[in-house]
Write a protein that binds this ligand. Structure first.
Ligand code: ZN
Length: 196
């Protein structure tokens, strides 16, 4: 069964003015779609095509891994944002952030540093490592599931994620993500599942 490009969880203009419809047209409609199309071509007629995206990514390297993980990462990233997002989480996730980072502000500093210092293309993540929360960064298509960590929230720091709206100003994009876009409901639901 071929993989399909998932719909965005909001309208293309719903994240504007922070992330514009033009960015989402390219990032979702061209980049994310290309990963889906490439993966389908690579798996055409192979038994792996019947497996889940996660299973394929965890069992592969090279082009199959790169495309499978990028399909997964982008779907996770769309869900890591929402219109009128940003600010702080509440409840159990905020308590865990306070416990494991010292404060929400310390978490935001660590997340910003990871996203800023990821050299070249990649991702920054809030993860559950099995006993505590952590911030990590991964290069290119790499993702935390490959390292035994459960992702809770991510920001895409490939240039294609921010170049139309922010040009080369990656720090401004990261600041905007935390202030206006981060979907803490999604992260909290992931945290509840990971720690159930
Ligand atoms: Zn991307």
């Amino acid at each position: 069964m071929a993989f399909t490009l998932p719909e965005l969880p909001y309208a293309k203009d719903a994240l504007a003015p922070h992330i514009t419809a033009e960015t989402l047209e390219f990032h979702h409609g061209k980049h994310h779609k290309a990963y889906v199309d490439n993966l389908n071509k690579l798996l055409d007629g192979k038994p792996e095509a019947e497996k889940s995206l996660e299973a394929i990514a965890l069992a592969s390297e090279g082009p199959v891994f790169n495309n499978a993980a990028q399909v997964w990462n982008h779907t996770f990233y769309w869900n890591s944002m929402k219109p009128n997002g940003g600010g702080k989480p509440t409840g159990a996730l905020l308590e865990a952030i306070d416990r494991d980072f010292g404060s929400f502000e310390k978490f935001a500093e660590a997340f910003t540093a990871a996203a800023t210092t990821q050299f070249g293309s990649g991702w920054a993540w809030l993860v559950w490592n099995g006993s505590k929360l952590d911030v990590t960064k991964t290069g290119n298509a790499d993702f935390p599931l490959k390292h035994g960590q459960t992702p809770l929230l991510t920001i895409d720091v490939w240039e294609h994620a921010y170049y139309i709206d922010f040009r080369n100003a990656r720090p401004k994009y990261i600041e905007t993500f935390l202030a206006h876009l981060a979907n803490w409901d999604f992260a909290s639901a992931n945290f509840a599942k990971a720690t159930a």
